[in-house]
Every structure is written in structure tokens, then in C-alpha cells.
Design a protein around this ligand. Structure first.
Ligand SMILES: NC(=O)c1ccc[n+]([C@@H]2O[C@H](COP(=O)([O-])OP(=O)(O)OC[C@H]3O[C@@H](n4cnc5c(N)ncnc54)[C@H](OP(=O)(O)O)[C@@H]3O)[C@@H](O)[C@H]2O)c1
Length: 253
């Protein structure tokens, strides 16, 4: 397919690379960020623009990969009759695109994407469409980059998935950040924890999170928890998170 990518951030960069690796052609990158757009266009041997008025009108699919709140602004005044147009946000209604074309939808990648990632990850894709044309084309595009992990998901399912994704990815990463700060303060090397992080994530391929839970909270090792809390007196924010999660583990099992 011929594709126009709108946006030049993390999702634009990674989806564009995936599309190209699957044999599609990126015919244009449109972004308000002229520098980032021209860098992606150079990488993909295509053209870039930062004016909606010069958008390429010959593509098969238009992927809008901009911040959630910017989608209505980007959609404003954009007219692509007959074309399939989708945004990549879990939490934004597809109706935000209804004035662009009759064939609009969502192309939500359930993965944490960063422009700087060195290899292209597997990306489950959840699509939605205003009509059969949008659903069929977006599903075909999704299957071309993710043959086994494509599903249709309406707004409610997408939102529910998004909440779960925030828990397992964004919140977990925040805990890594807190631990990294703590390690730095205490003169420890955070990288010592990488085998533990890897094992904790990978075991979920075989057993449930409930079965996988270990540690002082689930064992109700009160004295150990008390010693940890004393150590954390110097880190009030961390202590609060530690207590909250300890209670959550003890209540939830
Ligand atoms: N990253 C992920 O892991 C992920 C996963 C699934 C879905 N998504 C969804 O994908 C979309 C893009 O996310 P992202 O991570 O790629 O974001 P990002 O890296 O922050 O990039 C956002 C892009 O939107 C542009 N933008 C922001 N405000 C704008 C405005 N008012 N008008 C025009 N362009 C504007 C930015 O341009 P500037 O560079 O000029 O700011 C940039 O090109 C979001 O809807 C997000 O929910 C993200």
C-alpha cells in the first residue's frame, strides 16, 4: 500500500519502519516538526511536508500518529474523500476523524514504541473502522506487519486494554525509575537487577501473575518489611509506594 504518515514522533517512526519492512511505500511524512519529518523522510527515501495543504492525495492509507490531544486539531480542515484514515490512539474516539473521509478508523499498536529502539518489536494491533472499507484495509495493513496479532476492538475494549497496558508497562517502568534513583543514591548499580527484571517478565509466558508473586509481602514477613520501611525513611515517596504495593499484594491474594 502507499501510506502517508502524519506525525514524526515515536509511533510514526516505528510504524513507518514496520510498514516499509513489510513492503509498503511511505509516500510522504506530514508533521509540524519539520526537522523530525525530514529525518524520517530521508531514512525512508521519501518526501516530507509540514503543511496540510500540500498533503499527498494519492495514498491508500493515512496514519495519524500525533499526541492524543492534537488529533482534533490535525483532523480540522483535512479532507481526504474516498481515502482510509486512522489514528493510533487507544483513548480517542474514531469519530474525531469523521469529517476527513467516510472511511475512518483506529490503528492502535499495543506496544511501547520509541523512535530510538534498535530492533522492531512484535506489535499486536487493534483496529476499528467506520465501515467495511476502513475495517478491511486497516486489518490488511495490520496483518502485513503483525500476521498473528490483529483484532478488531471497539472504543470500550480499547480503553480497557489501554488501562491494563498502563499498569503493566508505564507503571512498571516508573518502579524501575524509582529503583534506579534509589540505587544511585545508595551507590548500587541498577544493572545488577536486570536478570531479575528479565526473569520476572519472562515467567509470565508460563504462569499467571498471581502464581508468579514472590517476596516479603506475599509471605507476610513482617520483620523484613519493617526493616525495609526503616531504610526507606530517607525516601518518603518510595516508602509510600512500597506501603501501597505491600497492602495491595496482601489484599489481592
Ligand atoms: N508511544 C507508544 O508507545 C504508543 C503506543 C500506542 C499508541 N500510541 C499513541 O500514538 C500517538 C502518538 O504517540 P507517540 O508516542 O508517537 O507521541 P510522540 O512521540 O510524543 O509524538 C507526537 C507527535 O505529535 C506531534 N504533535 C503534538 N502536538 C501536535 C499538534 N498540536 N499539532 C500537530 N502535531 C502535534 C508531535 O510533533 P512535535 O514533535 O512538533 O511535538 C509529534 O510528531 C498517541 O495518540 C499515542 O496515544 C503511542
Amino acid at each position: 500500500m502507499d501510506i502517508v504518515i502524519i506525525g514524526s514522533g515515536n509511533v510514526a517512526a516505528v510504524l513507518g519502519r514496520k510498514f516499509r519492512a513489510a513492503g509498503h511505500k511511505i509516500v510522504q511524512v506530514l508533521s509540524r516538526n519539520a526537522k523530525a519529518a525530514s529525518e524520517l523522510a530521508y531514512e525512508w527515501d521519501t518526501e516530507s511536508t509540514n503543511y496540510k495543504s500540500t498533503i499527498n492525495k494519492q495514498a491508500d492509507v493515512y496514519i495519524i500518529a500525533v499526541s492524543d490531544d492534537a488529533i482534533p486539531e490535525v483532523a480540522e480542515d483535512l479532507k481526504l474523500p474516498g481515502k482510509v484514515v486512522a489514528h493510533t490512539a487507544a483513548a480517542v474516539s474514531k469519530e474525531a476523524l469523521k469529517n476527513i473521509t467516510a472511511h475512518y478508523g483506529v490503528f492502535y499498536p499495543l506496544q511501547s514504541l520509541r523512535a530510538g529502539m534498535t530492533s522492531l518489536p512484535d506489535i499486536p494491533i487493534y483496529v476499528d473502522g467506520s465501515d467495511e472499507e476502513a475495517k478491511t484495509k486497516l486489518s490488511a495493513l495490520a496483518r502485513s506487519i503483525s500476521p498473528e496479532q490483529v483484532a478488531v476492538a471497539g472504543p470500550e475494549d480499547r480503553m480497557k486494554l489501554h488501562v491494563a497496558a498502563v499498569l503493566v508497562s508505564n507503571f512498571t517502568n516508573h518502579l524501575y525509575k524509582l529503583a534506579a534513583d534509589y540505587c544511585q543514591q545508595e551507590g548500587l548499580d541498577f544493572r545488577q537487577l536486570l536478570p531479575l527484571i528479565e526473569e520476572t517478565a519472562l515467567r509470565l509466558k508460563e504462569i499467571s501473575p498471581k502464581e508468579a508473586q514472590t517476596g516479603p509481602a506475599i509471605r507476610h514477613d513482617r520483620e523484613t518489611i519493617q526493616k525495609h520501611l526503616e531504610l526507606l525513611n530517607a525516601y518518603p515517596q518510595l516508602k509510600e509506594v512500597y506501603l501501597l504495593l505491600t497492602h495491595s499484594i496482601q489484599q489481592g491474594n
